[in-house]
Design a protein around this ligand. Structure first.
Ligand SMILES: [Zn+2]
Ligand SMILES: [Zn+2]
Length: 375
């Protein structure tokens, strides 16, 4: 998603940073994201590649100068087809050699631009088959308070997302209507007749040429966009579940639809209740007399106070079940249970009467609780 992040942002250094500071920033980040330190971590691997690429460009004075000038389009120049192994200079030379005379950097740039749009010598035909592309989906974590995850909620959230720059359509370059073809993308023969079969040699069919770095995104092809979005949190949502908001992601290219916004739920903790899927676990202190004699006690549940029957002879640690007092099952009917773990408590002080009473109980207690132990 962040593939097109600005190299300076990637390394967290200002545009004016000295080379040694760039190297320092790289070393620090490389230690953190190196695949050896993060085995199997795809995100770390992606970050490592990203910082390495940023480092390689920004520590090469010539590459850095061109990156500063052209922004992200410079990366595309390296990535596109035939020049995979070459550098920017090779790329420029390729065009100078193939395209004829008088190539300025700007002239070459329009070729890059044409290539970006998939409008090479084949012209508009190819561009149309490629057509509008849907924007990228954006993933974001959404923290949900414990109670809201159970009851569900309607919430307005503010998000800042990296969006495709609308001014340059994510290309990073500033463009103007092609001066050779007037924007038609087709070559014109003398006398003003359009030659349908040939793409314009200047813009390669794109109809536009690049004149410099995009002013609105600084060449990164992306802008930060703040949005307020209404989210419906479904009852029973749990950590790791995804809430998908169609069409709230990054803008599409060439007029394509927006991508989706995917919110990964992260449900908060509760001081007493613990979530286990649709079940709720809780520990409840129970007097040893209640456990011995049996009782009905009030226990808290996520659906309010509930009555719990303690059968006579209940043991410490025993788990009692309150059916249907848990959380709504997402994507299924029914509800989870509340599981109450009994924690027996003994009085810290006894009156004389209580003591005499318990001594009678002790004298008549014939069952040996330690009979299975080697004592
Ligand atoms: Zn832009
Ligand atoms: Zn043109």
């Amino acid at each position: 998603m962040d593939q097109a992040r600005d190299f300076y942002d990637v390394l967290g250094v200002p545009r004016s940073a000295a080379e040694k500071d760039i190297r320092k920033a790289y070393k620090r980040l490389a230690r953190k994201y190196h695949p050896d330190v993060n085995p199997g971590d795809k995100e770390a691997e992606r970050r490592f590649k990203e910082i390495t690429e940023a480092h390689n460009v920004l520590t090469d004075p010539e590459k850095r100068r061109k990156y500063d000038e052209f922004g992200r389009a410079y990366q595309h120049a390296q990535q596109s087809g035939q020049w995979q192994t070459g550098n920017f200079d090779d790329f420029l030379r390729h065009f100078a050699g193939a395209g004829g005379t008088g190539f300025t950097v700007g002239g070459s740039f329009s070729d890059i631009f044409g290539d970006l749009f998939g409008r090479t010598a084949a012209g508009r035909q190819q561009a149309q088959t490629r057509g509008p592309r849907q924007g990228e989906s954006i993933e974001h974590e959404l923290e949900i308070p414990f109670e809201e995850a159970i009851s569900g909620a309607q919430r307005a959230i503010s998000l800042t997302i990296r969006d495709r720059c609308a001014t340059c359509d994510g290309v990073g370059g500033q463009t103007k209507t092609c001066s050779a073809c007037g924007g038609s993308g087709m070559s014109r023969q003398s006398g003003g007749v359009f030659n349908i079969s040939a793409a314009c040699p200047r813009c390669h069919g794109a109809g536009r040429e690049v004149t410099g770095r995009c002013k609105d995104c600084g060449g990164s092809g992306e802008v930060l966009r703040s949005r307020r979005i209404n989210v419906r949190i479904p009852p029973g949502v749990d950590t790791g579940k995804r809430i998908v908001l169609r069409g709230e992601g990054a803008a599409g290219a060439d007029g394509g639809p927006r991508g989706d916004l995917i919110l990964r739920a992260k449900v908060g903790e509760h001081p007493f209740f613990k979530r286990h899927g649709a079940d709720i676990h809780i520990e409840v202190p129970v007097k040893f007399t209640e456990a011995a004699l049996g009782a009905e006690i009030d226990v808290p549940s996520v659906r309010g106070t509930a009555k719990l029957k303690i059968p006579a002879g209940t043991k410490n640690g025993q788990v009692l079940r309150l059916r249907g007092m848990g959380v709504d099952k997402m994507g299924a009917s029914g509800r989870g249970d509340e599981l109450v773990k009994v924690v027996l408590v003994t009085p810290s002080k006894l009156t004389r009467e209580q003591k005499e009473c318990l001594e009678r109980v002790a004298a008549d207690w014939t069952e040996d609780p330690r009979k299975d132990l080697p004592v």
